[in-house]
Design a protein around this ligand. Structure first.
Ligand code: PEP
Ligand code: MG
Length: 311
């Protein structure tokens, strides 16, 4: 019999601490759902749809050409459903497709993908989805089917938006897909400086949450390519300019009753956890192996804040 590794993350304190700040978990592939759920996390802060798609080894267009639209939608439904089942009724924040063109190019059918000089600044995330609403519609249809099946714990998250205009266009497409945005939980990622600076307007679009994608927010704020080893030592998620953007967004969102969250890698770092809890973030999503430590760090910072407030 193999032992479950999750239990060994922090054997000296197996009890999950109660915290006001929710601690969630990032799930990169549906197969990790069981392990992720066993951490006792308050939900999934980021479930990436692109791995369900990239694992088909074909571009969506190619897969659909060979198998039909319904089979494609069903692939997405099955992937999300597996995670939603493991976590129910805990929420599962599911992000629509966000893979850069260089990753699509490696798939069968990828030869038609545009060749981009800098894919990270290119045709990805919501830009691609809004440019091809016919393809995006399949992802929305997967959400619609899940809601119809009763998976009310599924939340929709949209990557790489820049402004309220992007968000209103997404909202329109949700409605066209038969999803009532007022009845469902949905939100955006804050991962460009533009989106951080536009959060006041975005907070009035009807979003329930804004989640920091610090991998991208850091690369775009500092102009440091996250995949370029020559500048890797300059990639600093705790850079004062990144933190200033994050702090301002949390404050604005609080004024508008919009929840805030982090789903970038930095959510697993104690320094970032300290900063975010002090700023009043609503939830933190960490990697599976970091959840337990983050839970305890959140608890520690919250207790310190509480003591400071009564002294
Ligand atoms: C991020 O940018 O921090 C993020 C979570 O998204 P991805 O790493 O998939 O770009
Ligand atoms: Mg990102």
């Amino acid at each position: 019999e193999e032992t479950e590794p999750v239990e060994e993350v922090r054997p000296q304190s197996p009890v999950k601490p109660m915290t006001a700040t929710e601690v969630k978990v990032n799930v990169s592939i549906p197969e990790a759902a069981e392990r992720a759920a066993a951490t006792g996390a308050d939900g999934v802060g980021l479930l990436r749809m692109e791995h369900m798609i990239l694992s088909l080894n074909q571009t969506p267009a190619k897969f659909i050409e060979e198998n039909g639209e319904d089979a494609y939608v069903q692939e997405l439904v099955q992937g999300i459903r597996h995670v939603a089942d493991e976590f129910y009724p805990r929420p599962v924040r599911t992000r629509t497709l966000d893979a850069p063109t260089d990753e699509f190019r490696q798939l069968e059918g990828g030869e038609d993908e545009p060749k981009e000089h800098n894919p990270m600044l290119g045709y990805r995330g919501i830009r691609r989805s809004l440019d091809r609403p016919d393809v995006f519609a399949h992802e929305l249809e997967a959400f619609r089917r899940l809601y119809e099946m009763g998976y009310d714990n599924v939340e929709m998250m949209f990557p790489l938006v820049n402004d309220a205009e992007d968000v209103y266009r997404v909202k329109q497409l949700m409605q066209e897909a038969g999803i009532d945005p007022d009845k469902r939980k949905w939100g955006v990622m804050i991962e460009t400086p533009a989106s951080a600076l536009a959060v006041e307007e975005m907070a009035q679009t009807g979003i329930d949450f804004a989640s920091f994608g610090t991998n991208d927010l850091t690369q775009y704020t500092l102009a440091v390519d996250r995949n370029n080893e020559n500048v890797a030592d300059r990639f600093d998620e705790l850079h004062p300019s990144v933190l200033r953007l994050i702090g301002d967004v949390i404050e604005t969102c609080r004024e508008h009753d919009v929840a805030t969250s982090i789903c970038g890698q930095a959510g697993s770092k104690p320094e970032m956890v300290q900063f975010l809890v002090n700023e009043g973030v609503s939830s933190i999503s960490a990697n599976i192996d970091a959840v337990r430590d983050v839970q305890h760090e959140v608890k520690r910072v919250e207790q310190k804040l509480l003591l400071e407030s009564v002294r």
